[in-house]
Design a protein around this ligand. Structure first.
Ligand code: NDP
Length: 498
């Protein structure tokens, strides 16, 4: 049965979607019985209430995770056995791709085509880490003939995960896949804006054969459930993605509790730098548009600062404004829509507030700037372009997390590099030039975890992703991510003479 929206659209049937916490292999209400409203940004309507977990639920989930870890039902399986279960999980996610994508679109408003792509990304990520884990070796130390020394990697234990809403299945997966592959137990708190698909993922993990207690998912608020995970004395590690502000809280929580390790993937204000010798300007325009309007700009690595060399700045902005039309918001359930809604009303107000600030600071509004599709009840905003901005403006320094690009003109190569680095963040960057030496000089000088040359925001499961400066600590993806969820053990074996 379709749910009738207050506006012109309708949402698909959501009656099958899970809304309770998943703890120790079963769905259950929050211990307090509290719930919170799950609102779809597609139409602005409340679809149902979801369990609002708190400290007591975190205690219960951590205890279950610890029991499972100590019992060894998952942690002591051979890597090959875990590989096989995780490959099975990837197959189940693939089987349910359309349903999972529907959950994502209902919950956070991204276009259904993008949601399907996100689910496929999660499948690929589980497969990557499943395949990786029985192919990594420990070390034998160079300690001489009378000693056999081994350096092995062991799972850390109970890993807490607190994740955002912008990629509701992919962000948990980037952490779950390597953590589970290496034998840890997990307590995951999805964002309050997008809990549904994470609960479905927990159910699929159980169906795939991951034992009870190994994967626990607790919907709830950051300040309660999230903080309780961060401060828990029996959580051995926290992996977080979200704002730098909240990332810093997790460092405090760790310092004030048990010194747990903290991996952080935080915000960005990434420079996308176009030199006058850009090899293919139309391609640069198209990728720059995708880099800021894709996922409605709610991407940590969005190319939100567009640095344009002065001689091409006007031409580039004219083309970008024409390209932006292709990103006009539409119905997220229409396969042809490229840009859906923002995640919620708070985010809409925040983005409109930044647009007002940009105009107030004297930046030149070249496209967009207003709310769209208001009649649907959902939270849509036009793709927005500011030209002629300065890097000290609020819209150039703060993470807007919406479809708003701040274009800043620059003169020399040195200027471009200086402005690119003039930010507290260091997640991603892009450079467009025909000169390979200039590209290399830029790549060496820029302080960011990823640099893209003649493209923007590319990635691969085989490559690490994470930030310099206040964009984070540690890396998701690639074999390096295994380091987040394992610790080194040195075994020193004295070989006695006859
Ligand atoms: P947050 O950083 O606030 O949220 C990320 C996660 O942390 C959520 O699960 C959230 O819970 C939780 N959390 C929030 N406050 C606390 C706390 N005090 N202690 C423990 N956990 C907490 O991001 P928001 O969703 O609020 O978005 C705000 C801004 O953050 C965005 O506009 C953007 O600038 C940035 N952001 C960056 C992301 C990235 O990928 N780098 C992703 C998302 C946001 P809850 O669900 O209750 O909010």
């Amino acid at each position: 049965m379709a749910t009738t929206a207050p506006g012109s659209g309708t949402l698909p049937d959501t009656s099958r979607f899970r809304r309770q916490a998943f703890v120790d292999g079963a769905f259950a209400d929050a211990a307090s019985g509290a719930t919170f409203a799950c609102i779809s940004p597609v139409t602005g309507e409340t679809i149902f209430d979801v369990a609002a977990c708190d400290t007591e639920d975190v205690d219960r989930a951590v205890a279950a995770a610890r029991r499972a870890f100590d019992a060894g039902t998952w942690s002591r399986l051979s890597p090959r056995e875990r590989r096989s279960v995780l490959l099975g999980l990837a197959d189940l996610i693939e089987r349910d791709r359309d349903e999972l994508a529907t959950m994502i679109t209902v919950d956070m408003g991204k276009p259904i085509g993008d949601a399907k792509g996100e689910v496929s990304g999660a499948v690929a990520c589980f497969r990557y880490f499943a395949e990786a884990v029985d192919k990594v070796y420990g070390e034998v130390g160079p300690t001489g003939p009378s000693v056999v020394s081994l350096v092995t990697r062991e799972p850390i234990g109970v890993v807490g995960m607190v994740v955002p809403w912008n990629y509701p299945i992919l962000m948990p997966t980037w952490k779950l896949a390597p953590a589970l592959a290496t034998g840890n137990s997990v307590v995951l708190k999805p964002a309050e804006q997008s809990p549904i698909v994470a609960l479905a993922l927990a159910e699929l993990a159980a169906e795939a054969g991951i034992p009870d207690g190994v994967v626990n998912v607790l919907p709830g608020m950051g300040e309660t459930a999230g903080q309780a995970i961060g401060r828990h004395m029996d959580v051995d590690k926290v992996a977080f993605t979200g704002s730098s502000e909240v990332g810093k809280f997790f460092l405090v929580y760790a310092g004030q509790s048990n010194m747990k390790g903290v991996q952080l993937e935080c915000g960005g204000k990434s420079p996308n730098v176009v030199f006058a010798d850009v090899p293919d300007v139309d391609r640069a325009v198209a990728e720059s548009a995708e880099g800021i309007f894709g996922n409605t700009g709610q991407v940590c690595s969005a190319g939100s600062r567009l640095l344009l060399q002065e001689s091409i700045a006007d031409e580039f902005l004219e083309k970008l404004a024409r390209e932006a039309v292709k990103w006009t918001p539409g119905d997220p359930f229409d396969e042809g829509t490229r840009m859906g809604s923002l995640v919620d009303e708070t985010q809409l107000e925040r983005v409109l507030g930044y647009i007002e600030a940009g105009t107030g600071e004297g930046a030149d509004l070249r496209a967009g700037g207003t709310r769209a599709r208001e009649e649907t009840g959902g939270f849509y905003v036009e793709p927005t372009i500011f030209g002629g901005a300065r890097n000290d403006m609020k819209i150039a320094q703060e993470e807007i997390f919406g479809p708003v690009v701040t274009a800043i003109p620059f003169g020399s190569e040195a200027d471009g590099i200086r402005i690119a680095n003039d930010t507290i963040y260091g997640l991603t960057s892009g450079v467009w030039t025909s000169d390979i030496n200039k590209a290399h000089r830029f790549a060496r000088a820029v302080r960011s975890g990823t640099v893209c040359v003649n493209c923007y925001d590319r990635g691969d499961n085989a490559l690490p992703f994470g930030g310099f400066k206040q964009s984070g600590i540690g890396r998701d993806k690639s074999l390096h991510a295994l380091e987040n969820y394992t610790q080194l053990k040195t075994t020193y074996i004295n070989v006695l003479d006859d």
